[in-house]
Design a protein around this ligand. Structure first.
Ligand code: ADP
Ligand code: MG
Length: 314
């Protein structure tokens, strides 16, 4: 199979959002009036972000999901993506399943794959995603204000707990593992939440490197500190049954792809309404304060001495 057959067969679909999609030297895209383009890239590298024998369908999902999560954190509507692939070979069955996982999620978000690049090499998957947002409503990291409440969506730490099991650092039963493995393999990007937070949140980030690391980015960009409550952290039942690991998984686990955001306290009830509407738990975990440190209180109110931050590749 030639490179062009491969692209035609596995990565060419209708692109209703584009003036011109896959097949020319470049795609042609029209940004809607009154909106700006939100652009982000995220790369998944075999051996670093996933195991070589990872289910290709789940990998297709996750490759796009981590990118959609970045747009969600900006409050942007997903529109287009490009996909740069480095593949050790043209494995038809693998490509079939990878693209099925990728396009199933793309379709759910009405996102068009409009181009990319395909080359032979070590397995490496890189998406550049583009979305739209009115410039004044984009959710940035630098807007948190003293007095804001700090919120997170969903549960924290399940992906890290599933990874700990796969690496033999903890043993979960079959049903426990199944309950947390979904967070690791099939993260659900919080696109609808990002859109609902336009005009409400003062700042937002997606939690990919661990809550403390990512909240730390908001605090640094905004020039504020935070006080957060460990007891308030949203965790699954499986996580509650692993008290020895819970703190590290929840605060520094990574791969959560939930949104962490801050909003003025007068939006509290509205946020609970949004949670109900989206059928997605939103939990207030603390507040932004003057200063620059993030202080974590345990259930008794004393501050916790924290180990080093989140995941850092270098
Ligand atoms: P060029 O040589 O002009 O860079 P390519 O041969 O790399 O073009 O790609 C041909 C067309 O296929 C282009 O429109 C490109 O965007 C698209 N394309 C290449 N790889 C992918 C991929 N993995 N997914 C989607 N589109 C792709
Ligand atoms: Mg090319």
């Amino acid at each position: 199979m030639s490179e062009f057959d491969l692209i035609r067969r596995h990565f060419t679909r209708a692109t209703p959002n584009a003036l011109l999609g896959v097949g020319d030297d470049a795609a042609l895209l029209q940004v809607s009036a009154g909106k700006v383009l939100a652009v982000s890239s995220d790369m998944l590298v075999c051996g670093t972000h996933f195991f070589a024998d990872a289910d290709p369908c789940l990998l297709g999902h996750k490759t796009l999901a981590v990118n959609l999560s970045d747009l969600a954190a900006m409050g942007a509507t997903p529109r287009w993506a490009t996909l740069a692939l480095s593949l050790p070979g043209a494995d038809e069955a693998w490509l079939e399943r990878f693209s099925a996982g990728f396009f199933a999620l793309a379709q759910r978000h009405q996102l068009d794959l409009v181009g990319g690049d395909t080359t032979r090499g070590p397995l490496n998957l890189c998406v550049t995603i583009m979305g739209e947002v009115p410039a004044s409503l984009a959710l940035r990291r630098d807007g948190a204000k003293v007095g804001d409440e700090v919120w997170v969506s969903g549960n924290l730490g399940d992906a890290a707990l599933a990874l700990a099991h796969l690496q033999g650092r903890v043993h979960l039963s079959g049903s426990e593992f199944d309950a947390v493995a979904k967070a690791l393999h099939q993260p659900q990007p919080r696109v609808a939440l990002g859109l609902a937070l336009r005009g409400i949140a003062n700042s937002a980030i997606d939690v990919s490197d661990g809550l403390l690391a990512d909240l730390g980015h908001i605090l640094a960009a905004s020039g504020v500190g935070a006080e957060i409550e460990l007891a308030a952290m949203p965790v699954s039942a499986v996580m509650r049954s692993q008290p020895a690991l819970a703190q590290r998984c929840v605060l520094a686990g990574g791969d959560d792809y939930e949104l962490c955001f801050t909003a003025a306290a007068h939006h509290h009830d509205e946020l609970l309404r949004i949670a109900h509407e989206l059928n997605l738990p939103l939990t207030c975990i603390g507040k932004a304060v003057a200063g620059k440190d993030c202080i974590v209180h345990d259930a008794s109110g004393s501050s916790i001495q924290l180990e080093s931050g989140g995941y850092d590749h270098f």
